[in-house]
Design a protein around this ligand. Structure first.
Ligand code: C2E
Ligand code: CA
Ligand code: CA
Ligand code: CA
Length: 277
């Protein structure tokens, strides 16, 4: 039994070594990804349920890793956060998205917001608001059309500086959404303290609609709470008509998901927009 245990241990440690080497390679490649022009955003429309109107677009980062094709952020954002690379990557996507959305405002008849995901690591930086305001002024994009999506972990990390940063963003008209709402900390008191505009109901709840009674109850509660606090509530990961119908019935106002469109390259989004108009 002892021998067996040791074999298992060796196995395990080889796996670890392999995983560690993989991670190092990933970080190394990611370090050069921006300068090789391998990072870009895809865009996914956000829809007003009652009218079907396109009210916004979310920018979602992709990495075209040499020899490996498109990589989803789930597999490289954690490495980007640990290594600090997320600061450059995040600023790059923010600038790219603002430039693109400005062009859509001017030439495609698009009047919605552009939503950009912000990592807790970015938000924590002392100069975070400076970076955002600089990008806005450099790109000439209207601040009130920018929405930053942060997770609950951001709002829970050190109240004073968070309140201060959110206040600065709000004073410039920048919108703030809580992403993956319902999966993080259970304290809801922050919803009153912070300048939040929108809750995005996590897709794990939406996935179980319309059949699952628990998912129904949770989503009803979030929608009701959002309404009474004067927040907009968006469901994400909406894939079926039945899900959209349920959401509309309970007066959830906004929706995003494969039902309407997958995340798309900018020119595909433009073509999609034309077919909607
Ligand atoms: P998220 O912000 O919650 O984004 C929603 C994810 O669900 C996206 O995955 C999107 O492609 C996917 N999705 C959209 N509609 C549907 C649907 O109907 N069904 C299903 N099953 N999935 C749907 P993606 O693009 O792989 O992004 C994963 C996560 O990576 C994002 O989750 C976000 O947390 C993070 N991320 C993406 N872009 C950025 C970025 O620029 N900066 C940072 N810090 N994080 C990002
Ligand atoms: Ca998001
Ligand atoms: Ca989400
Ligand atoms: Ca606000």
């Amino acid at each position: 039994a002892k021998g067996q245990g040791r074999n298992r241990y060796q196995f395990y440690s080889e796996d670890l070594t392999y995983a560690a080497a993989e991670r190092l390679r990933l970080e190394h490649d990611l370090r050069g990804a921006l300068s090789r022009d391998e990072i870009f955003p895809l865009y996914q429309p956000q829809i007003e349920l009652a009218t079907g109107r396109v009210i916004g677009v979310e920018a979602l980062m992709r990495w075209n890793r040499a020899g490996q094709g498109l990589i989803s952020p789930a597999s490289f954002i954690p490495v980007a956060e640990d290594s600090g690379l997320i600061l450059a990557l995040g600023e790059y996507i923010l600038r790219k998205a603002c430039l693109q959305a400005r062009q859509w405002h001017e030439h495609q008849g698009f009047q919605g917001t552009i939503a950009v995901n912000v990592s807790a690591v970015q938000f924590r930086q002392n100069d975070f608001t400076d970076v955002v305001l600089r990008v806005l002024s450099e790109t000439g994009f209207p601040p009130e059309c920018l929405e930053l999506e942060v997770t609950e972990s951001v709002v829970m990390q050190g109240l004073e500086s968070v309140v201060q940063k959110m206040g600065i963003l709000e004073s410039h008209g920048i919108k703030l959404a809580i992403d993956d709402f319902g999966t993080g900390y259970s304290s809801l008191s922050y919803l009153r303290q912070f300048a939040i505009d929108r809750l995005k109901i996590d897709q794990s709840f939406v996935r179980d609609l319309p059949g699952d009674a628990d998912a129904q109850a949770i989503i009803r509660a979030i929608v009701a709470m959002g309404r009474s606090l004067g927040l907009r509530v968006m469901a994400e990961g909406v894939e079926t008509e039945a899900q959209a119908r349920f959401l509309q019935d309970i007066e959830c106002t906004e929706s995003q998901g494969y039902l309407y469109a997958r995340p798309m390259k900018s020119n595909d989004f433009e073509a999609w927009l034309k077919t909607r108009n």
